[in-house]
Design a protein around this ligand. Structure first.
Ligand code: GLN
Length: 204
């Protein structure tokens, strides 16, 4: 079976997700309306502006299709994508999907000028931490999270990568740094980091 990962193309930085997926040999396609969900095996919700993304999800009636798709398929959200996937955020204009039981604060890492590369630690299996340098751009902070949330990435002791069932949310932009581990987690069944192989107790 050919795996096709959809990238939500409503607004924001979707282009580099297509490039990254291509680099790792995975077909990707644009998701713009409900019919685009019929042949995809995973979905990326890119970074951008969560207020605008939220408006466009509403305008194109994509909330229910995304929620239905997420029941049995992996969804990866980066930055604004994570905000959209959260349960609660500090801006009334952003209508969230509630895929991740987290409460986030928009722009909590500072303004555009404060955007920078930071070291993060990924700990999926306890014995194997991975250190990565990646990019934060007006990134959200995760202020609270529920008991079914696995923290798989930290920055200075704060959660920046969270996994719950089929949903993975990142505060940063791995696609800007050619970091492919998170995209691979969606479909690479041979990887120990494959979504469905990760048990609650394995995550740090
Ligand atoms: N600050 C943006 C928002 O709140 C997110 C920025 C990003 O996706 N890089 O929507």
């Amino acid at each position: 079976m050919v795996i096709i990962i959809g990238v939500l193309e409503l607004q924001g930085g979707y282009g580099l997700h297509h490039s990254l997926l291509k680099k790792i040999g995975i077909c990707s396609k644009a998701v713009k309306d409900e019919s685009d969900f019929s042949d995809i095996n995973g979905l990326v919700i890119p970074g951008g502006e969560s207020t605008t993304l939220s408006l466009l999800i509403e305008k194109y009636k994509l909330k229910d299709p995304i929620l239905e798709f997420a029941e049995s398929n992996p969804v990866l959200g980066t930055c604004a994508g994570l905000i959209i996937m959260s349960k609660k955020n500090n801006d009334d204009r952003v209508n969230v999907l509630g895929l991740l039981d987290i409460e986030v604060k928009r722009n909590a890492f500072g303004r555009q000028i404060m955007s920078k590369k930071e070291k993060i630690t990924i700990s999926i299996k306890k014995e194997k931490n991975i250190e990565l340098i990646t990019t934060f751009i007006r990134a959200p902070k995760i202020k609270n999270y529920g008991s079914d949330i696995n923290i798989i990435g930290n920055h200075n002791g704060e959660p920046v990568a969270v996994l719950s069932r089929n949903s993975l949310g990142l505060c940063f932009h791995p696609e800007l740094d050619d970091i492919d581990i998170f995209h691979k987690m969606m479909f690479d069944k041979t990887s120990q980091y494959y979504f469905k192989k990760i048990k609650q107790k394995d995550a740090a």
